[in-house]
Ligand binder design. Structure first.
Ligand code: ZN
Ligand code: ZN
Length: 253
């Protein structure tokens, strides 16, 4: 199955520009919070639904969604969940949502009203991932999922054949790398050059990408210490910063 991957947002949790920030990057760079739209077959799948989701849907003309994949429930990945309501109205159906068990529990606490009977809010039809690593089919799309932990929170990564999306990673089990071996396009989070306790910095992301053997790695979830053009000029040719609106073609399973 041929697929298209569209970066809806490539910024870190604060987005760029950062509110009130006078730095040079914030004057010239724009990155919304991290999210992506995967189109495969006739299905539109949204990966994460952050606080910029409404703007992203308007900017990129998203008119239909068939399902949502959530990596984890930190604010920058789920705060737009209420804006899914229009899709459940228009499509007159609840939205299938794939997520891990911790994310499911947390979503039910933080957005309890989505799960109430007769709720007028967005309706999610949740499928909970049963293991840490496995293959599954979601909305007719075959995929592999993998698991790691960020500051005690379980995070899911997803692989769709040639392309994988792994965000908010710092510590991981070697099995994560094994599941990514042979991937052609790796989308990987990297915050900045300085170390972070919860994210890869750029050198760590490059080292991780090398272990997977990815032909091309696109960095996302990038903070305002990083200027797009200046950094891309210094990075290896097979590791580049993504940007909002960048589209990739890939072969699914
Ligand atoms: Zn700044
Ligand atoms: Zn994040």
């Amino acid at each position: 199955m041929k697929g298209k991957f569209l970066f809806l947002g490539t910024g870190g949790s604060m987005g760029i520009p950062v509110i009130g920030c006078p730095c040079a990057v914030c004057k010239t760079n724009n990155r919304m919070r991290p999210s992506a739209l995967l189109t495969i077959g006739d299905k539109n799948l949204l990966i994460d639904v952050g606080p910029d989701f409404r703007t992203q849907a308007l900017t990129f003309g998203i008119k239909k969604l068939d399902g949502i994949l959530l990596t984890h429930t930190h604010f920058d990945h789920i705060a737009g969940v209420d804006d899914l309501r229009i899709f459940t109205f228009l499509q007159k159906a609840s939205l299938p949502c794939l997520l891990n068990d911790d994310a499911h529990k947390d979503l039910q606490t933080r957005y309890h009203y989505l799960f109430e009977k007769n709720s007028k809010a967005a309706k999610l039809d949740c499928t909970v991932l049963e293991r840490d690593f496995d293959d599954t089919v979601f909305c007719d799309v075959p995929l592999k999922y993998l698991t790691f932990w960020q500051a005690g929170m379980k995070v899911s990564g997803f692989r769709f054949g040639d392309l994988a999306y792994v965000t908010d990673i710092q510590r991981y089990d070697p099995e994560v790398v094994r599941q990514l071996l042979g991937v052609k396009m790796l989308i990987l989070s990297a915050l900045r050059y300085d170390e972070s306790p919860v994210h890869f910095n750029i050198p760590e992301a490059i080292a991780f990408a090398k272990k997977t053997g990815a032909e091309m790695t696109y960095l996302t979830h990038v903070a305002h210490e990083i200027d797009h053009d200046e950094t891309n000029a210094q990075l290896p040719l097979n590791v580049q910063l993504a940007h909002d609106g960048l589209e990739l073609n890939f072969d699914g399973y």
